[in-house]
Design a protein around this ligand. Structure first.
Ligand code: ADP
Ligand code: MG
Length: 693
């Protein structure tokens, strides 16, 4: 279909469908409940459920599901049909308000980190009316939050909604002081999603890709990303038709897919949507990832969302563009043109600087995973050190305030505001420094440390909550100021002076920065097992409890789940390596070595002078010995790791010992693979995978 406006949202039970199909009073009650964040009463829910069902049936649906996001980071659904038996032995299609509002999936198989005793397997899902219902596979999907029967949070949506409320409350309170009366401030997000596409037939032959999502072996291909010709390059036909299909599917679901282009590495691409409220952006990003995988299959491709599918070429991340805006659409991170608004901007800016500095550990934890460990700090992605880029102009403005001076930079690029006390502000600040983990990009911040596989919920829960904390504190501090302008000026000055260590505008990929950051006392949490325990630190639990995001038990359960998840990931990778080593690699290398040795003997028997075969067989035999020794150590390491009871110690052991040995095994295997004849290898090489689409 070429009529995109007609296509867009055609599978979504959105505002316009509701307006058309609901009685006015019901629609108004729904809107009021959404704005106030209050539950719908059953009577209203019954009317909405019925309208939803009729609409879904007209679109060919037979089932509905409560669509939720357990702590696995992906979405879960249990399909139930609309059928309801009648006394005459027939069925009618029925859907009640109760079924819309609340569901009861068996929760026993979802991770709870010890929150839910096994005898109490029940959990329930509750409709999130701020995210529209939609149709997928002839099934009406109702976005829901997921809790245990006793009320503990078991998902990513509940805390995200709570963090949005916390940020809204604090921002509204602060805005009042600036004369802005709004009922709601939304955090907005536009996540740029990177991914790889590989040929499905080749993918099937790689156990590492199938089981772990990344290659565990593979000699470098003769050509990688050195020529820089892929980035924004011409998109291949097969990929183009995939992208077109993907756009269509996403548009039907109301996802604002906007730009599609090639990324830095061969076979790597990016899709960016237009930003929306965080909650919807998070649901949409889940749909985006799901449909990338599905649509790829239709084109004989497989979409890899892993952060590091290939060694030696760029990995994939997700840039989380984030801002705050009022219900009326005023972007609070837009420097603006009027003096009054600039004061307000400076206040919000200072609060964010303080938040990022004081909670750098939480931001780091929110992007920690086994996959992302391959990127952060590996000269292709931001370092593991959290810092902020403000740009030279904005930094100069703050420096001037800190020194009680009026900024006197290039007047061309500044908007002069007020008289002497308030410095001129930057008119346009576009950041092209791609090395910063947290960059101001004109009218939003871009948090660039997220891995491509991540649910964006986690990082945004942290971002919203830490900013809520500082905005709330600022609002209290400024509340009784007799002279608001002077008080803001002082607050910005003191805050900047106390937290400017977090501001860094230089190249984040250099060793000098690592040294400098250490001098500034910034954290450098290099790996996931090192980072995760910070989540449970007292100051962080206090923060989450204060803003009603997580209880102490919920935080602790999350640390537990994340540590276990890390250990499980590495153990699966190590087991896959050993499997491939014994089943594919060793036989290939041995067969080739044997043929070479035979050639040596044959030549000798025929009286032909010795050639290269002996030397090559010798090299391969040595590498074979190394590989085998390494595989034994890896086996021992895995056994040892499984015995460790403490989850923190276990994760550290997996990182320090198992992962380390995996690296050694890999380098010996890769060296042998590079020397082994192609026909001996049963699986496609890097060159074939990266350039085979
Ligand atoms: P760049 O190309 O510099 O990364 P773009 O203007 O293309 O920046 O935007 C990148 C992403 O940021 C897009 O998804 C866009 O919708 C999003 N974005 C823009 N403004 C905002 C905002 N106020 N809040 C959240 N995201 C935003
Ligand atoms: Mg970007």
């Amino acid at each position: 279909m070429n009529d995109v406006p007609k296509l867009f949202g055609s599978l979504v039970f959105n505002e316009s469908v509701m307006k058309d199909r609901l009685p006015t009073a019901t629609y108004k009650a729904y809107k009021a409940a959404v704005l106030a964040g209050t539950p719908l009463n059953l009577e209203i829910a019954n009317i909405i459920a019925n309208a939803m069902k009729d609409w879904a049936l007209e679109h060919g649906c037979t089932h509905f599901t409560h669509w939720f996001q357990p702590m696995t980071g992906i979405t879960a659904e249990k399909h139930e049909s609309f059928i309801s038996p009648t006394a005459e032995g027939r069925v009618i299609m029925d859907f009640s308000g109760k079924e819309l509002i609340q569901g009861e999936p068996d929760a026993s198989s979802f991770p709870s980190g010890g929150l839910r005793a096994t005898f109490e397997a029940r959990g329930y899902t509750a409709w999130d009316p701020t995210s529209y219902a939609f149709i997928k596979d002839n099934c009406l999907c109702i976005p829901t939050a997921f809790c245990s029967y006793t009320g503990e949070v078991l998902d990513k949506k509940t805390p995200l909604l709570r963090s949005m409320n916390a940020a809204s409350k604090a921002a509204c309170k602060l805005l009042k002081l600036f004369g802005i009366d709004t009922i709601r401030v939304n955090s907005t997000v536009g996540p740029e999603q990177e991914y790889f596409l590989v040929d499905k037939k080749m993918w099937e032959k790689r156990k590492d890709l199938v089981y772990t999502g990344r290659t565990l072996f593979g000699a470098k291909s003769p050509r990688g990303q050195e020529l820089d010709d892929h980035y924004f390059g011409i998109i291949k036909q097969r990929v183009l038709s995939f992208m077109k299909d993907l756009d269509d599917e996403l548009w039907k679901l109301g996802v604002l897919a906007k730009t599609e282009h090639n990324e830095v590495a061969p076979a790597q691409h990016e899709l960016a949507p237009i930003f929306t409220t965080t909650n919807v952006a998070s649901d949409h990003n889940q749909l985006m990832m799901e449909f990338m995988k599905r649509v790829a299959l239709r084109h004989g491709l497989v979409c890899l969302l892993h952060e590091k599918p290939f060694d030696g070429v760029n990995g994939s991340g997700k840039h989380n563009n984030w801002s705050l805006s009022t219900e009326e659409g005023l972007n609070l991170l837009d420097p603006g043109k009027e003096p009054y608004k600039n004061l307000r901007f400076l206040t919000f800016l200072a609060a964010i600087i303080k938040a990022v500095d004081e909670y750098q550990d939480l931001l780091r934890v929110s992007v920690a995973s086994a996959g992302n460990d391959h990127r952060l700090g590996a000269n292709e992605a931001p370092p593991a050190i959290v810092s902020m880029f403000l740009g030279t102009e904005l930094t100069a403005v703050l420096e001037a305030i800190a020194a009680d001076k009026v900024y006197n930079g290039n007047p061309e690029s500044y908007i002069k505001v007020s008289d002497d006390t308030i410095p001129a502000l930057v008119k346009d600040n576009t950041d092209r420094n791609r090395t910063s983990p947290f960059a101001f990009t004109g009218n939003k911040f871009e948090f660039r440390m997220l891995g491509s596989m991540f649910s964006i919920a986690g990082p945004n829960i942290v971002l919203n909550t830490i900013v809520a904390e500082e905005l709330d504190e600022f609002a209290d501090k400024l509340a009784d100021a007799p002279d608001l302008e002077a008080a803001v000026y002082d607050l910005v000055k003191e805050t900047y002076k106390a937290h400017k260590r977090i501001v860094f505008n230089g190249n984040g990929y250099t060793d000098e920065w690592v040294e400098e950051a250490a001098k500034r006392g910034l954290l450098n949490l290099k790996s996931t097992p090192e980072a995760l325990p910070y989540l449970g630190h007292a100051k962080n639990i206090e923060l989450f409890e204060k803003h009603n995001i997580f209880t102490k038990a919920e935080v602790e359960s999350r640390v537990e789940i994340l540590l276990e998840n890390y250990s499980t990931t590495i153990s699966i990778e190590a087991a896959t390596m050993l499997d491939m080593f014994h089943k594919d690699i060793l036989p290939a290398v041995t067969a080739y070595t044997e043929d070479l040795t035979k050639a040596v003997l044959d030549k000798k028997a025929a009286g032909v002078s010795a050639g290269f075969e002996g030397a090559l067989a010798d090299k391969l035999s040595k590498l074979g010995g190394e590989m085998y020794a390494s595989s034994l150590k890896l086996e021992d390491g895995l056994k040892e790791a499984a015995e460790i009871g403490d989850s923190e110690k276990q994760a550290l052991y997996y990182h320090d010992t198992v992962l380390e040995e995996m690296g050694k095994l890999r380098s010996a295997v890769d060296a042998a693979e590079a020397l082994t004849g192609g026909k001996y290898l049963d699986y496609p090489t890097y060159g074939e995978l990266l350039f085979g689409v």
